[in-house]
Design a protein around this ligand. Structure first.
Ligand code: NAP
Length: 289
Protein backbone atom coordinates (compact mmCIF):
# COMPACT_ATOMS: atom_id res chain seq x y z
CA UNK A 1 0.00 0.00 0.00
CA UNK A 2 0.97 3.64 -0.32
CA UNK A 3 0.97 5.16 3.15
CA UNK A 4 1.21 8.82 4.13
CA UNK A 5 2.62 9.95 7.47
CA UNK A 6 2.11 13.57 8.51
CA UNK A 7 4.41 14.66 11.36
CA UNK A 8 7.69 12.76 11.36
CA UNK A 9 8.31 12.59 15.11
CA UNK A 10 8.54 9.71 17.59
CA UNK A 11 5.21 8.10 16.63
CA UNK A 12 5.12 9.10 12.95
CA UNK A 13 8.77 8.14 12.38
CA UNK A 14 8.44 4.81 14.22
CA UNK A 15 5.31 4.02 12.23
CA UNK A 16 7.09 4.88 8.98
CA UNK A 17 10.00 2.56 9.84
CA UNK A 18 7.70 -0.41 10.55
CA UNK A 19 5.42 0.14 7.56
CA UNK A 20 8.36 0.37 5.17
CA UNK A 21 9.83 -2.78 6.73
CA UNK A 22 6.57 -4.53 5.77
CA UNK A 23 6.91 -3.51 2.14
CA UNK A 24 4.64 -0.46 2.06
CA UNK A 25 5.63 2.73 0.26
CA UNK A 26 5.83 5.59 2.74
CA UNK A 27 5.40 9.29 1.90
CA UNK A 28 6.20 11.64 4.79
CA UNK A 29 5.14 15.22 5.40
CA UNK A 30 7.13 17.46 7.72
CA UNK A 31 7.09 21.22 8.23
CA UNK A 32 10.85 21.20 8.16
CA UNK A 33 12.80 20.49 4.91
CA UNK A 34 15.73 19.20 7.01
CA UNK A 35 13.48 16.58 8.64
CA UNK A 36 12.22 15.51 5.19
CA UNK A 37 15.79 15.09 3.94
CA UNK A 38 16.85 13.11 7.06
CA UNK A 39 13.79 10.84 6.83
CA UNK A 40 14.65 9.89 3.24
CA UNK A 41 18.43 9.62 3.87
CA UNK A 42 17.86 7.25 6.77
CA UNK A 43 15.37 5.11 4.86
CA UNK A 44 12.52 6.04 7.22
CA UNK A 45 10.38 7.28 4.28
CA UNK A 46 10.59 6.61 0.53
CA UNK A 47 9.82 10.27 -0.12
CA UNK A 48 9.09 13.28 2.07
CA UNK A 49 8.01 16.85 1.47
CA UNK A 50 6.82 19.95 3.29
CA UNK A 51 3.79 20.06 0.96
CA UNK A 52 0.83 17.71 1.59
CA UNK A 53 0.46 17.30 -2.20
CA UNK A 54 2.84 14.33 -1.79
CA UNK A 55 -0.09 12.44 -0.20
CA UNK A 56 -2.19 12.53 -3.39
CA UNK A 57 -1.86 8.81 -4.20
CA UNK A 58 -1.91 7.42 -0.67
CA UNK A 59 -4.31 4.63 0.33
CA UNK A 60 -4.01 5.43 4.05
CA UNK A 61 -2.80 8.61 5.78
CA UNK A 62 -1.78 8.76 9.45
CA UNK A 63 -1.93 12.16 11.19
CA UNK A 64 0.93 12.17 13.71
CA UNK A 65 1.56 15.80 14.73
CA UNK A 66 1.26 16.98 18.35
CA UNK A 67 -2.20 16.51 19.85
CA UNK A 68 -3.10 20.21 19.63
CA UNK A 69 -2.17 20.40 15.93
CA UNK A 70 -4.08 17.34 14.64
CA UNK A 71 -7.31 19.07 13.59
CA UNK A 72 -5.57 22.00 11.82
CA UNK A 73 -3.21 19.54 10.13
CA UNK A 74 -6.20 17.48 8.94
CA UNK A 75 -7.77 20.60 7.41
CA UNK A 76 -4.56 21.23 5.45
CA UNK A 77 -4.27 17.61 4.33
CA UNK A 78 -7.81 16.64 3.20
CA UNK A 79 -7.90 18.73 0.00
CA UNK A 80 -4.97 16.63 -1.25
CA UNK A 81 -6.34 13.15 -0.51
CA UNK A 82 -7.62 10.63 -3.05
CA UNK A 83 -11.41 10.30 -2.68
CA UNK A 84 -11.21 6.74 -1.29
CA UNK A 85 -8.20 7.31 0.99
CA UNK A 86 -8.53 6.26 4.64
CA UNK A 87 -7.53 8.99 7.10
CA UNK A 88 -6.62 8.20 10.70
CA UNK A 89 -4.85 9.87 13.61
CA UNK A 90 -2.73 8.74 16.56
CA UNK A 91 -3.87 11.35 19.09
CA UNK A 92 -3.84 10.43 22.76
CA UNK A 93 -7.34 11.89 23.35
CA UNK A 94 -10.21 10.72 21.17
CA UNK A 95 -13.62 12.27 21.99
CA UNK A 96 -13.02 15.91 20.99
CA UNK A 97 -10.75 14.95 18.08
CA UNK A 98 -13.10 12.37 16.56
CA UNK A 99 -15.95 14.87 16.82
CA UNK A 100 -13.99 17.46 14.81
CA UNK A 101 -12.27 15.09 12.37
CA UNK A 102 -15.26 12.97 11.29
CA UNK A 103 -16.99 15.83 9.44
CA UNK A 104 -13.74 16.65 7.60
CA UNK A 105 -13.36 13.29 5.83
CA UNK A 106 -15.90 10.51 5.12
CA UNK A 107 -13.31 7.73 5.53
CA UNK A 108 -11.83 8.98 8.83
CA UNK A 109 -11.22 6.47 11.65
CA UNK A 110 -9.90 7.57 15.05
CA UNK A 111 -6.94 5.70 16.50
CA UNK A 112 -4.43 5.73 19.35
CA UNK A 113 -1.38 3.48 19.67
CA UNK A 114 -0.67 2.92 23.38
CA UNK A 115 3.10 3.07 22.97
CA UNK A 116 5.77 5.67 23.45
CA UNK A 117 9.07 6.64 25.02
CA UNK A 118 10.22 9.75 26.90
CA UNK A 119 11.88 11.05 23.70
CA UNK A 120 10.41 13.08 20.86
CA UNK A 121 11.22 14.05 17.28
CA UNK A 122 12.42 12.05 14.27
CA UNK A 123 15.68 11.04 15.99
CA UNK A 124 13.62 9.26 18.67
CA UNK A 125 11.88 7.01 16.07
CA UNK A 126 12.59 3.30 16.60
CA UNK A 127 11.49 0.04 14.97
CA UNK A 128 8.93 -2.27 16.62
CA UNK A 129 7.58 0.42 18.97
CA UNK A 130 4.05 -0.97 18.65
CA UNK A 131 4.75 -4.70 18.99
CA UNK A 132 2.46 -6.28 21.58
CA UNK A 133 0.96 -2.85 22.47
CA UNK A 134 -2.74 -2.00 22.33
CA UNK A 135 -3.77 0.18 19.36
CA UNK A 136 -7.18 1.65 20.09
CA UNK A 137 -9.55 2.14 17.14
CA UNK A 138 -12.58 4.34 17.89
CA UNK A 139 -15.26 4.09 15.18
CA UNK A 140 -18.60 5.81 15.77
CA UNK A 141 -22.04 5.17 14.25
CA UNK A 142 -21.13 7.02 11.04
CA UNK A 143 -17.69 5.47 10.48
CA UNK A 144 -17.05 3.62 7.20
CA UNK A 145 -16.75 -0.07 8.24
CA UNK A 146 -14.44 -0.96 5.33
CA UNK A 147 -12.08 1.83 6.40
CA UNK A 148 -12.05 0.44 9.96
CA UNK A 149 -11.26 -3.06 8.68
CA UNK A 150 -8.44 -1.76 6.50
CA UNK A 151 -6.90 0.23 9.39
CA UNK A 152 -7.22 -2.71 11.80
CA UNK A 153 -5.48 -5.03 9.32
CA UNK A 154 -2.60 -2.59 8.96
CA UNK A 155 -2.30 -2.20 12.73
CA UNK A 156 -2.30 -5.99 13.24
CA UNK A 157 0.49 -6.30 10.65
CA UNK A 158 2.63 -4.19 13.03
CA UNK A 159 2.00 -6.88 15.72
CA UNK A 160 -0.03 -4.39 17.75
CA UNK A 161 -3.23 -5.52 19.52
CA UNK A 162 -6.34 -3.89 18.09
CA UNK A 163 -8.79 -2.71 20.76
CA UNK A 164 -12.08 -1.26 19.50
CA UNK A 165 -14.07 1.09 21.73
CA UNK A 166 -16.10 4.30 21.73
CA UNK A 167 -14.05 7.54 21.85
CA UNK A 168 -15.52 8.55 25.23
CA UNK A 169 -14.74 5.14 26.77
CA UNK A 170 -11.18 5.46 25.48
CA UNK A 171 -10.82 8.89 27.10
CA UNK A 172 -12.07 7.70 30.51
CA UNK A 173 -9.79 4.66 30.45
CA UNK A 174 -6.83 6.69 29.14
CA UNK A 175 -7.31 9.19 31.97
CA UNK A 176 -6.73 6.35 34.46
CA UNK A 177 -3.78 4.60 32.90
CA UNK A 178 -2.06 7.30 30.86
CA UNK A 179 -3.05 10.87 31.70
CA UNK A 180 -3.28 10.52 35.52
CA UNK A 181 0.11 8.73 35.65
CA UNK A 182 1.72 11.65 33.77
CA UNK A 183 0.35 14.14 36.32
CA UNK A 184 1.23 11.96 39.32
CA UNK A 185 4.72 11.23 38.03
CA UNK A 186 5.39 14.92 37.24
CA UNK A 187 4.12 15.88 40.71
CA UNK A 188 6.48 13.33 42.25
CA UNK A 189 9.46 14.98 40.53
CA UNK A 190 8.19 18.46 41.51
CA UNK A 191 7.74 17.38 45.14
CA UNK A 192 11.35 16.12 45.25
CA UNK A 193 12.48 19.58 44.12
CA UNK A 194 11.00 21.15 47.26
CA UNK A 195 13.57 19.56 49.61
CA UNK A 196 15.03 22.54 51.50
CA UNK A 197 18.27 21.00 52.74
CA UNK A 198 20.80 21.27 49.87
CA UNK A 199 22.78 18.27 51.12
CA UNK A 200 19.69 16.04 51.22
CA UNK A 201 18.59 17.40 47.85
CA UNK A 202 21.98 16.52 46.34
CA UNK A 203 22.03 13.11 48.04
CA UNK A 204 18.55 12.25 46.76
CA UNK A 205 19.69 12.95 43.21
CA UNK A 206 22.79 10.79 43.72
CA UNK A 207 20.77 7.91 45.21
CA UNK A 208 17.92 7.91 42.67
CA UNK A 209 17.97 4.51 40.98
CA UNK A 210 15.65 2.05 39.24
CA UNK A 211 12.56 2.75 41.39
CA UNK A 212 12.71 6.47 40.77
CA UNK A 213 13.56 5.83 37.13
CA UNK A 214 10.33 3.82 36.72
CA UNK A 215 8.07 6.15 38.69
CA UNK A 216 9.36 9.39 37.13
CA UNK A 217 9.54 8.26 33.49
CA UNK A 218 6.18 9.46 32.20
CA UNK A 219 6.32 12.68 34.25
CA UNK A 220 9.65 13.52 32.63
CA UNK A 221 8.24 13.14 29.09
CA UNK A 222 7.00 15.66 26.51
CA UNK A 223 5.38 18.60 28.44
CA UNK A 224 3.38 19.75 25.41
CA UNK A 225 1.72 16.33 25.16
CA UNK A 226 0.89 16.37 28.90
CA UNK A 227 -0.61 19.84 28.58
CA UNK A 228 -2.81 18.75 25.69
CA UNK A 229 -3.96 15.63 27.59
CA UNK A 230 -5.15 17.99 30.36
CA UNK A 231 -6.70 20.49 27.95
CA UNK A 232 -8.55 17.95 25.80
CA UNK A 233 -9.47 15.37 28.45
CA UNK A 234 -10.23 17.71 31.37
CA UNK A 235 -13.35 16.06 32.82
CA UNK A 236 -12.10 12.45 32.95
CA UNK A 237 -8.66 13.60 34.13
CA UNK A 238 -10.08 15.70 36.99
CA UNK A 239 -12.26 12.76 38.08
CA UNK A 240 -9.22 10.46 38.29
CA UNK A 241 -7.08 13.08 40.09
CA UNK A 242 -9.83 13.42 42.74
CA UNK A 243 -9.92 9.65 43.27
CA UNK A 244 -6.13 9.51 43.41
CA UNK A 245 -6.05 12.21 46.09
CA UNK A 246 -8.60 10.23 48.13
CA UNK A 247 -6.39 7.14 47.93
CA UNK A 248 -3.25 9.08 48.89
CA UNK A 249 -5.07 10.76 51.78
CA UNK A 250 -6.30 7.39 53.05
CA UNK A 251 -2.75 6.05 52.95
CA UNK A 252 -1.41 9.17 54.72
CA UNK A 253 -4.08 8.86 57.43
CA UNK A 254 -3.20 5.20 57.99
CA UNK A 255 0.49 6.13 58.33
CA UNK A 256 -0.30 9.05 60.68
CA UNK A 257 -2.41 6.73 62.84
CA UNK A 258 0.33 4.11 62.95
CA UNK A 259 -2.14 1.67 61.37
CA UNK A 260 0.58 -0.52 59.89
CA UNK A 261 -1.83 -3.39 59.12
CA UNK A 262 -3.97 -0.89 57.19
CA UNK A 263 -0.91 0.35 55.29
CA UNK A 264 0.15 -3.19 54.45
CA UNK A 265 -3.40 -4.14 53.39
CA UNK A 266 -3.48 -1.23 50.92
CA UNK A 267 -0.06 -2.16 49.53
CA UNK A 268 -1.10 -5.83 49.29
CA UNK A 269 -4.20 -4.88 47.30
CA UNK A 270 -2.00 -2.85 44.93
CA UNK A 271 0.49 -5.71 44.57
CA UNK A 272 -2.30 -8.17 43.73
CA UNK A 273 -4.01 -5.83 41.25
CA UNK A 274 -0.92 -4.65 39.34
CA UNK A 275 -0.68 -7.73 37.06
CA UNK A 276 -4.25 -7.05 35.88
CA UNK A 277 -2.88 -3.87 34.31
CA UNK A 278 0.65 -4.77 33.25
CA UNK A 279 0.85 -8.57 32.75
CA UNK A 280 -2.48 -9.07 31.03
CA UNK A 281 -3.09 -11.40 28.07
CA UNK A 282 -3.05 -9.85 24.58
CA UNK A 283 -6.29 -8.16 23.48
CA UNK A 284 -7.15 -11.02 21.10
CA UNK A 285 -6.96 -13.54 23.96
CA UNK A 286 -9.30 -11.32 26.01
CA UNK A 287 -11.83 -11.44 23.20
CA UNK A 288 -11.79 -7.66 22.71
CA UNK A 289 -11.29 -6.01 19.35
P1 NAP B 1 6.81 14.34 18.45
O1 NAP B 1 7.90 13.34 18.57
O2 NAP B 1 7.03 15.70 18.99
O3 NAP B 1 6.40 14.41 16.93
C1 NAP B 1 5.41 15.26 16.45
C2 NAP B 1 5.90 15.79 15.12
O4 NAP B 1 4.88 16.63 14.61
C3 NAP B 1 7.13 16.67 15.25
O5 NAP B 1 8.31 15.92 15.12
C4 NAP B 1 6.93 17.64 14.12
O6 NAP B 1 7.41 17.01 12.95
C5 NAP B 1 5.44 17.75 13.92
N1 NAP B 1 4.93 19.00 14.48
C6 NAP B 1 5.36 19.65 15.59
N2 NAP B 1 4.60 20.73 15.81
C7 NAP B 1 3.68 20.76 14.82
C8 NAP B 1 2.64 21.64 14.49
N3 NAP B 1 2.37 22.70 15.24
N4 NAP B 1 1.91 21.39 13.40
C9 NAP B 1 2.16 20.32 12.64
N5 NAP B 1 3.16 19.43 12.90
C10 NAP B 1 3.90 19.66 13.98
O7 NAP B 1 5.48 13.81 19.17
P2 NAP B 1 4.98 12.31 19.29
O8 NAP B 1 5.32 11.82 20.65
O9 NAP B 1 5.36 11.53 18.10
O10 NAP B 1 3.40 12.55 19.30
C11 NAP B 1 2.70 12.70 18.10
C12 NAP B 1 1.26 12.28 18.31
O11 NAP B 1 1.25 10.95 18.81
C13 NAP B 1 0.50 13.13 19.31
O12 NAP B 1 -0.73 13.47 18.74
C14 NAP B 1 0.33 12.24 20.51
O13 NAP B 1 -0.93 12.45 21.13
C15 NAP B 1 0.40 10.86 19.90
N6 NAP B 1 0.95 9.83 20.78
C16 NAP B 1 2.08 10.06 21.48
C17 NAP B 1 2.58 9.06 22.30
C18 NAP B 1 3.83 9.26 23.11
O14 NAP B 1 4.03 8.57 24.11
N7 NAP B 1 4.71 10.16 22.73
C19 NAP B 1 1.94 7.83 22.38
C20 NAP B 1 0.80 7.61 21.59
C21 NAP B 1 0.31 8.63 20.79
P3 NAP B 1 7.87 17.85 11.72
O15 NAP B 1 8.97 18.73 12.25
O16 NAP B 1 8.28 16.75 10.84
O17 NAP B 1 6.72 18.64 11.20
Amino acid sequence: MRIGIVGLGLIGGSLAIDLRARGHQVAGVSRNPGTCARAVERGIADAADVEPGILANCDVVFLCPPLGAIVDTARQVVPHLRADAVLTDVGSVKGPLVEQLHPLWPRFVGGHPMAGTAESGLDAAIPDLFVGRPWVVTPTAGTDEAAVTLLEGLVRSLAADVVRCAPEQHDRAAAWISHLPVMVSASLISACLTEGDPNVAALSRALASSGFHDTSRVGGGNPELGRMMAELNTGPLLATIARFRDELDALRQAIEAGDWDGVEARLQRAQQARPEFVDKPAAGERGTR
